[in-house]
Design a protein around this ligand. Structure first.
Ligand code: IPM
Ligand code: MG
Length: 369
């Protein structure tokens, strides 16, 4: 590719992003007054089907009455496997996407992302296609008084054009995009959560000293939004020191709500989950105004299958995501039942043969429900 062609490719990207801004639509779905809610169930690949089987079992138990009378519909969605995606050359094949869009919310097992190449991650495609702009990841360590919730921007930043970078002889360029509306809506989601849940502090995390345009905008807009929330304190951190803060016992207990751009949020939420008990322990919600998708924070763990560790998969993360799904669709009682059972479960699954099996975990969990 020569420079003229690269500029042309860049022009197309800029036009597409401008069109995305122009088409932004902020109408919200209200789950409290719907006659029937369709929950799409996507198994994913790798360890996905193993942990999803447990999540389905739990959902069917908790929502038995509403499933029986049709107020909740569990809909299995096939075809989001790595084999099918590679065979069709599509991160999310059209017919699968159409099925997904016929649902209201989704519970999704992990999907493998091929490294390199040009195939986009199915997660990234779904987050974009369903406009799931808030990636919400709670982490709690009660014995240390830690109760964090991360509001990671989920549709732009480093991800929106992550598969559309440009290569020139001897160099490569990727793009990061931050929009006003994209930042406003994630900031608003974070501050609304703080306000509605008695939180008194929101921390904004960027690298605005280096990424001056994009992170500079992110910081500025978060502060503008903060002005509408007078009771809530706001502070700014750079991502590097924030990763240190999370392992600094002297200050980490003070963080409450954290709002941050996409890639920083991706990285730091794995760190936070690890502090809580491993990436197998944390749930993740992808929330948009129309759709929402709930998933484990971790990936498809092909290594576990290759090493014959299938019996030791940890279903906690997808079950924590299930709690978030139930809350999102206003099934507070079922959410609380599952959350309490998860908190009370003493079976320790570590992801390898040193710990308990998935089966042992579920057996105890079901007795606690
Ligand atoms: C996550 C994952 C995804 C991401 C991958 C699977 C594309 O790491 O949900 O945090 O990078 O966002
Ligand atoms: Mg991640």
């Amino acid at each position: 590719m020569d420079i003229a062609k690269a500029c042309e490719a860049f022009r197309v990207l800029l036009e597409e992003q401008q069109a995305r801004i122009a088409n932004a639509n902020e109408e919200k779905k209200d789950f409290s007054n719907m006659d029937a809610i369709t929950v799409g169930i996507i198994d994913g690949d790798g360890i996905g089907p193993l942990i999803m089987a447990q999540a389905k079992k739990v959902l069917k138990m908790l929502l038995a009455d509403e499933i029986a009378d049709g107020r909740i519909i569990l809909k299995d969605i096939q075809g989001l496997t790595i084999e099918n995606r590679l065979a069709l050359g599509k991160p999310v094949p059209e017919e699968v996407l159409a099925e997904i869009k016929s649902c209201d919310v989704l519970l999704k097992g992990p999907t493998t992302t091929p490294m390199g190449g040009t195939m986009e991650s199915a997660n990234v495609t779904l987050r974009r296609e369903l406009d799931l702009y808030a990636n919400v990841r709670p982490v709690s360590i009660p014995e240390e008084g830690i109760d964090w919730i991360f509001y990671r921007e989920n549709t732009e930043g480093e991800y929106v054009l992550g598969s559309r970078g440009i290569s020139l002889p001897g160099m490569a360029v990727d793009f990061k995009v931050t929009t006003d509306f994209g930042t406003r809506r994630i900031a608003k989601a974070a501050f609304d959560y703080a306000k509605n849940n008695g939180k008194t502090r929101v921390s904004i995390v960027t690298k605005a000293n280096i990424m001056k345009k994009t992170d500079g905008k992110f910081t500025e807009i978060c502060h503008q939004i903060a002005e509408n929330y007078p009771g809530i304190a706001v502070d700014d951190w750079y991502i590097d020191i924030m990763t240190a803060n999370l392992v600094n016992p002297a200050i980490r207990g003070g963080f409450q709500v954290v709002v941050l751009p996409n890639l920083y949020g991706d990285i730091i939420t794995d760190e936070a989950a690890q502090l809580q008990g491993g990436v197998g322990s944390a749930g993740s919600a992808n929330i948009g105004d129309r759709y929402a998708m709930f998933e484990a924070i971790h990936g498809s763990a092909p290594r576990m299958l290759a090493e014959g560790l299938q019996d030791y998969v940890n279903p906690s993360s997808i079950l924590r995501a299930t709690v978030m799904l139930l809350r999102h669709i206003c099934r507070q009682d079922a959410a609380l039942r599952l959350e309490k059972a998860l908190d009370a479960c003493t079976v320790n699954v570590t992801g390898d043969a040193t710990g308990a099996t998935c089966e042992e975990f579920i057996r105890q969990l079901l007795t606690l429900l």
